[in-house]
Design a binder for this molecule. Structure first.
Ligand SMILES: [Cu+2]
Length: 302
């Protein structure tokens, strides 16, 4: 009997941690770093906390609202191809609402509820941001600005938004819909399961042709802001021209190389290449001089 009892006591003792609350509650552990920035040692963070300063254009707080948002892999299951999601994809509030968000992360990784586009004089970098590491809960409060506007809410951890953790918050009527909100708006980059491989190959070829045309066009484009891009384009343009010339010259070269030893052939090829590169460099220098000269003339003369 004593044995049975002690086994029972031991079982209760060992199972206690497992029965304990599954989610860590950060709200009681946060340290205020000032400027609406609160943090704790367990990976919980609030940025842009503002419970008492009215945004410009708000005469008073119109409503006080409280929401709980869950985040995790399991909320993405209903969205094919997505990995992470919030349990709510669209929020709507009256302008000047005082909003408290309780953010519950249900995954064993870090997630955020990050809102963008807020007035920067009130919210650092225009953001209100809740962050929770591992299964945990964190809460923060902000006062929404006046006016009809749609705000982006997402998780900023690399690839989490692209994989589905994206929502929109409309103040008033909002000002449109954001793309790629799971279940709300169409994906910007949608997978196409219909196309067959040959079709994709044709599509890729067409795209490559367009890219080459653009590259050639950018060689002659004098836009100075595109200087770096232009350099890349020149290289790819020259490569394409070189390949074309090489193909055209192949029969001629074959005749020229007849009866030569391998080393002679290699030496001749290098000679021809050097001459060709010299020519291209000279042309480029002339081209650049032409542009600089033109620009000097465009400048007002006094
Ligand atoms: Cu995330």
């Amino acid at each position: 009997m004593v044995k049975l009892l002690s086994v029972g006591v031991l079982m209760v003792l060992f199972s206690a941690p497992a029965l304990a609350q599954e989610y860590e509650d950060h709200d009681g552990m946060l340290m205020d770093h000032g400027d609406g920035h609160l943090m704790d040692m367990a990976g919980g963070m609030v940025m842009g906390q503002n419970a008492d300063t009215l945004p410009g254009g708000c005469d008073s707080i119109s409503e006080t609202k409280e929401i709980t948002v869950h985040a995790g892999h399991k909320y993405a299951e209903k969205f094919p191809g997505r990995m992470f999601a919030f349990d709510t994809q669209e929020f709507n509030f009256k302008p000047c609402t005082k909003l408290t968000v309780h953010f519950v992360n249900e995954d064993n990784i870090r997630h955020q509820w990050m809102m963008h586009g807020l007035p920067k004089y009130l919210y650092p970098k225009g953001m209100f941001h809740l962050e929770a590491s591992g299964p945990s809960k964190i809460s923060g409060t902000l006062i929404l600005p006046p006016g009809d506007k749609t705000y982006l809410v997402h998780c900023d951890i690399a690839q989490h938004m692209e994989k589905g953790m994206k929502a929109q918050l409309k103040v008033g009527k909002g000002d449109g819909d954001l793309p790629s909100i799971p279940g709300v708006t169409a994906y910007v980059v949608a997978d196409d399961y219909k196309a067959t491989l040959p079709e994709l190959a044709v599509k890729a070829e067409a795209e490559a042709a367009v890219a080459v045309t653009a590259a050639v066009a950018s060689i002659t484009s004098p836009a100075p802001a595109k200087a770096i891009q232009q350099q890349d384009s020149i290289i790819s343009g020259v490569t394409v021209i070189g390949l074309a010339l090489g193909l055209l010259a192949a029969p001629f070269l074959a005749r020229k190389f007849k009866g030569m030893s391998l080393s002679e052939v290699v030496a001749t090829i290098f000679d021809l290449l050097r001459a060709f590169i010299d020519l291209i460099l000279k042309l480029l220098t002339r081209l650049i001089n032409l542009f600089t000269a033109n620009k000097n003339k465009i400048l007002p003369e006094k």
